[in-house]
Design a protein around this ligand. Structure first.
Ligand code: ADP
Length: 190
């Protein structure tokens, strides 16, 4: 299996680049944000719970997120590999993912971290809100909170992968194609 963590702050371009990566390498895309949004739309129990956190720009509790991720992976056991987008977002989630992949006799190959500075993120999210219809993109206070949560809870996950020599930083500024090529080149040569 080829398992990749695509990492970066909100608005860094994880969703866009994931589409390119799954197309080239035939991986299953697992975006925790997308799964939560589908559950919100379907008004499931998970969706109702997740909505209150997402609308406030907070993280959904680890236990809920980990269980959800686990069941999504198990639905796709025959996959060539996974691209994890928006997960892990805490050190707890990273440790749970490692243990879980061991059970499946596999592991993470690399974490690719898209680096984009804060003002550019705010501009991109405001622009995305016009087309995404996402309430959490439309409110500047919620955006600021998501970036704050990223810096305090999520950014430390980089060190988790640095310690395993699996961390690669990617410049997230440039054209979509340029960034895709940077990602492909790391995946092919790592
Ligand atoms: P973005 O990367 O633009 O913030 P996502 O679609 O990845 O958007 O996530 C949207 C929201 O879903 C997050 O702000 C958070 O509330 C929730 N969420 C997504 N992934 C996780 C996760 N791994 N752990 C906890 N909450 C999550």
């Amino acid at each position: 299996m080829l398992n990749i963590v695509l990492f970066g702050p909100p608005g860094a371009g994880k969703g866009t680049q994931s589409e390119r990566i799954i197309e080239k390498y035939g991986l299953v895309h697992l975006s925790t944000g997308d799964v939560f949004r589908a559950n919100i739309k379907g008004e499931t129990e998970l969706g109702i719970l997740a909505k209150s956190y997402i609308d406030a720009g907070k993280l959904v509790p680890d236990e809920v997120t980990i269980n959800m991720l686990r069941s999504e992976v198990l639905k796709n056991e025959a996959a060539k590999g996974f691209i994890f987008d928006g997960f892990p977002r805490t050190n707890n989630q990273a440790a749970a993912l490692d243990n879980f992949l061991i059970e499946l006799n596999t592991s993470i190959k690399v974490m690719l971290a898209l680096e984009v500075e804060e003002n550019e993120l705010k501009t991109r999210l405001a622009k995305r809100s016009e087309i995404s219809g996402r309430a959490d993109d439309a409110n500047p206070e919620v955006i600021a909170n998501r970036i704050h949560v990223y810096n305090s809870e999520t950014a430390p996950v980089k060190e988790f992968y640095q310690e395993q020599n699996k961390f690669v930083s990617i410049d997230g500024i440039g054209s979509i194609d340029e960034i895709t090529n940077r990602l492909f080149s790391v995946i092919d040569n790592f």
